[in-house]
Each structure stands twice: as structure tokens, then as C-alpha cells.
Design a protein around this ligand. Structure first.
Ligand code: UN1
Length: 493
């Protein structure tokens, strides 16, 4: 086997804190793992789905038993506030609870035939081997959205987690594989992006990967989509977002501000469902902005092991990306930073900061008023703690502004007028709509996914994800004892 090379996952709370060193594999190792998964899959598919469900139930119990340690590791490795990390681990437990039951329900249908003494059926069949490639901002919950249903449906899995969340991924993998899964059914490969691409291409060519699930950037999603298309496969793509929040003239402004604060700055704005732009009715814009800026000034930022709104950015790579976003913001806009803009340091301090800013990758929360539709900040995902604000006159204009960036993941409307809710819902192109609630924070059993630049229309979670990890097989059974030909022998009355 070709040798790999080392990668060090460090903490964004203290960039000198080494969390785990892993060996990154080459493409050939990815293919070898997929081959082994392919060999293991058949026997796993033969296990009755209620029994596979029991294994999923065991996983859920083990995750629950290890929840606090896993949450702490997530916080240390990617800087997510501990309360959110606990929530993330709970999301795995909830996902396991849902799919434990699904093992006893994996229904097919009986369908009437147009001929006598003949019956038609449908069955869900596993796809085979699922290659799952995940980002590190949700290093354990989002992988479980793929891996749990994939396993329940009788598939084997090759999982390539983000390098910068390697320790969280390793801990997740160790828990999952100690719950009674047969050898080779769930596999982990650490690799960089390019080696993963090469490995995936080879594995698709060799016919040992049958479904690709990817959560990450739109740019990488396009490449995955092109690669899968060449191999006649439809991947499950969960990509970026530029999620709008509309605040109408009749909205509860305090509630809207609380929603904007959590959606815009929670997780340091590093959720695919984070708030991008608040689109506020011109009659309440000044008041909304005043309260939003005041709430942002009060928000506690700092060491995520404590009680803070948000901690550091995920990793150096993301901090560099966010610096570039801020450069354009500095040039063009009216900025309402609370105490500053950019990296929080002893020289660029923030009031009430918890911890030592100079050790970690902390940024000021920044509100940019007056973003225009042609601005990069209006059009592109920022993936950091910056929220744009703009105004509208009538709801159709707000809907058009919300759709303009071409993403279509999540959105919100704050209003007390039910008619506006439905006009908004029918006009907006997003896969997920929140009413008087944050754009982020989806529940684990509702379809999750987007349209446009946010994905290819695939949905995860709940029963809807079953269509990603199974394929329909139909069967017809003729017990008439004669050759009955469809269409030709059908009685006409
Ligand atoms: C993501 O950022 O990739 O709705 C997923 C939410 C979370 C999932 C976000 N439950 O914000």
C-alpha cells in the first residue's frame, strides 16, 4: 500500500494545542477500502432490517454513554461552544432513535395489476457502497445523517471526514464500530481533497462505490456532481447557503433580533444554514438595526468551553477565507462592528471577551448595513461572523432579493401576518423555510437540503433520506399459469 503523510489537527482555541495527528492516505488506499466495503456489504444487506435497526439502537446508546466526552472533543477541536456541541451529539442520538424504528418499517408497496391472478410489488434495495465526504463544522451530527440511514438500509460505508476534525471523526468511528457492526461495513479514510477525488474516480470506475454523499462548499459540490455524472450517478449534495431573513413591518422586532443574532453569529456564522442577509422593511429598518447592533455589542464571544454566543473560526484555512471576505467589506460598506472588525486580539480587543484572544482564531461579529444586490457580500456565502442588512418596500421585492444569490438552502420570515407567510413560502426558492425562527437549527427528522447552488435537490433526514440510500426494485408475479402480456392481454371494458 502506498504510504501516506501526516496531518496535524490543532485546536482553534489555542493553535498550539495539537489534538490529533493522523496519516492521510493516497487514492489507492481509498479504492482498496471501497473494495473491502463492497465485499462486506452483501452479508450486511442479508441481515434483516429490524436487526440492523437494533445495531443502530446500540450505536445510539453508546453515543449517549459517551456524549459528554465527544461534545468536549468537538469543542476542543473545532471551537464550537460546548452547549452547541452537546446539541450536536444529541442529534446523533435522535437520528439513531428515528432509524432504529425505521428498521421495522422499511416499507415497500403492493400494487394492483391490470390483469387477473397477477400481483405487483415494490421493494427498497440497498445501493451498495456509499462514499460519504463531510465537512468539519458539524463533525459528528452531519456524518450521522448519512451514515446511520445508509447502514440501516443495508449499505456499507466509506467515510472521508474533514482533516481538521479528524479527532472528532475518529472518536465517532470508534463508537460506531464498537456497537456490533460486522467488519468492513463502516470504514474511515483520512485523505486530502485531491487524493479523495482520484480515489473516488477510480472507485466509481471499478464499480465499488454506488452512491456519493457530500456536504461542503458549492465549488467542490460541482466537481463531485460532474464526476458522478460521468459515472451515471446522482450524488446527494448538501452545499453552501446565502440564507435570507425577511423582517416585515409588523414583525416582533425583539424576536427578529434574537433570531438574527443566533442565526448570524451562532457557530461563528459557520453553518451552511447561517444567516447571510437580513432583508428588512424600510419602515422598521432603523429600529431593527439599532436593536441588532445593541444585542451584538452585548453578546459574549470567547472560549467555547464556557457560556458564549460563539468561539473561534474552525481552522486556519477558514480564518484566511474570512479575512478575504472582510477585505471587501472594509472597502465598500457601512460597518457596524461592536468594538472593531477583523481578528480579535489584545490590540483589537472586544468588550467582555472570555479567554485569551491571541491564542485562538477569534473574530469580531460584524454587521454590514446597506449591502447592495451587486455586492459580493450579498451574493456569496461568507462562512464567518458577518451579517448584511438591506431594505425592501413590498414583499415581492423581498422575495426577489432573497432568491437573487441563487442559493436555496434555508430562509426565514419574521412577521405576525399569516398571509405574508404563505406568499413568502410560495415565492422563495429555498428547501427550508422558518417562520419567526432562526434560519439555522433544523430538527433531525424533517427533510434537510437545498436547491440551486445549495444542492441538487436531494434531501436528508427523516424518511426522505431513504430515497438516497435505497433504490426501488419492482416485481411482478403472475400466478395465472398462462402467459399474460401487459397491455396486449388487458381486458377492455
Ligand atoms: C451544516 O451546516 O452543514 O440546521 C448543517 C442547522 C444544523 C445543521 C447545519 N442542524 O443549522
Amino acid at each position: 500500500m502506498p504510504s501516506g503523510y501526516a496531518y496535524a489537527s490543532t485546536s482553534p482555541i489555542d493553535v498550539n494545542d495539537l489534538v490529533l495527528e493522523v496519516e492521510l492516505q493516497r487514492a489507492e488506499a481509498f479504492v482498496d477500502t471501497a473494495r473491502a466495503a463492497h465485499r462486506a456489504q452483501r452479508a450486511w444487506a442479508a441481515v434483516p432490517s429490524p436487526v440492523r435497526g437494533q445495531v443502530i439502537g446500540n450505536i445510539g446508546k453508546l453515543v449517549e454513554a459517551n456524549a459528554e466526552a465527544l461534545a468536549r472533543l468537538v469543542t476542543r477541536e473545532i471551537g464550537k461552544p460546548i452547549a452547541e456541541a452537546r446539541g450536536e451529539v444529541q442529534e446523533i442520538v435522535d437520528t439513531c432513535a428515528f432509524f432504529l424504528g425505521e428498521g421495522r418499517r422499511l416499507y415497500g408497496q403492493t400494487v394492483p395489476s391490470e390483469m387477473p391472478d397477477k400481483q405487483l410489488f415494490t421493494f427498497r434495495t440497498p445501493v451498495g457502497v456509499a462514499a460519504i465526504i463531510t465537512a468539519g463544522n458539524f463533525p459528528v451530527a452531519v456524518p450521522s445523517w448519512y451514515i446511520v440511514p445508509a447502514l440501516l438500509c443495508g449499505n456499507a460505508v466509506v467515510w472521508k471526514p474533514a482533516e481538521y476534525s479528524a479527532a472528532s471523526a475518529k472518536a465517532f468511528y470508534d463508537i460506531f464500530t464498537s456497537a456490533g457492526l460486522p467488519e468492513g461495513v463502516l470504514n474511515i479514510v483520512f485523505a486530502d481533497g485531491e487524493e479523495t477525488f482520484k480515489g473516488l474516480d477510480l472507485a466509481l470506475e471499478a464499480g465499488v462505490v454506488h452512491k456519493v454523499g457530500f456536504t461542503g462548499s458549492t465549488a467542490v459540490g460541482r466537481r463531485i456532481g460532474e464526476l458522478c455524472g460521468r459515472h451515471l450517478q446522482t450524488p446527494c449534495l448538501e452545499l453552501g447557503g446565502k440564507n435570507p431573513m425577511v423582517v416585515t413591518e409588523d414583525a416582533d422586532l425583539d424576536l427578529a433580533v434574537r433570531g438574527a443574532l443566533f442565526a448570524g453569529f451562532g457557530s461563528a456564522g459557520q453553518r451552511c444554514t447561517s444567516l447571510g442577509t437580513a432583508i428588512v422593511h424600510e419602515s422598521v429598518h432603523a429600529e431593527f438595526l439599532r436593536r441588532f447592533v445593541a444585542a451584538t455589542e452585548e453578546a459574549v464571544v470567547g472560549d467555547p468551553t464556557g457560556d458564549v454566543l460563539f468561539g473561534p473560526l474552525l481552522d486556519r484555512k477558514f480564518a484566511d477565507h474570512f479575512e478575504r471576505i472582510l477585505d471587501t467589506v472594509r472597502e465598500h460598506h457601512v460597518v457596524h462592528g461592536s468594538t472593531g472588525i477583523g481578528r480579535i486580539t489584545k490590540d483589537n480587543p472586544r468588550k467582555g471577551f472570555q479567554g485569551d484572544p491571541d491564542r485562538g482564531l477569534y473574530y469580531h461579529p460584524t454587521i454590514v448595513d446597506g449591502v447592495r444586490p451587486e455586492d459580493g457580500l450579498f451574493l456569496e456565502e461568507s462562512f464567518g461572523p458577518v451579517v448584511g442588512v438591506t431594505t425592501y418596500r413590498d414583499l415581492d421585492e423581498a422575495v426577489d432579493l432573497g432568491n437573487l444569490p441563487g442559493y436555496g438552502l434555508s430562509c426565514a420570515i419574521y412577521t405576525t401576518d399569516p398571509n405574508k407567510v404563505f406568499r413568502f413560502r410560495t415565492g422563495i426558492g429555498a428547501g427550508m423555510v422558518s417562520v419567526n425562527n432562526s434560519t439555522s437549527g433544523a430538527e433531525a427528522h424533517l427533510p434537510f437540503g437545498g436547491n440551486g447552488k445549495s444542492g441538487n435537490g436531494s434531501r436528508q433526514s427523516g424518511i426522505w433520506v431513504l430515497d438516497q440510500f435505497t433504490r426501488w426494485q419492482s416485481m411482478n408475479w403472475d400466478y395465472s399459469g398462462s402467459l399474460q402480456k401487459a397491455q396486449m392481454d388487458t381486458a377492455v371494458i
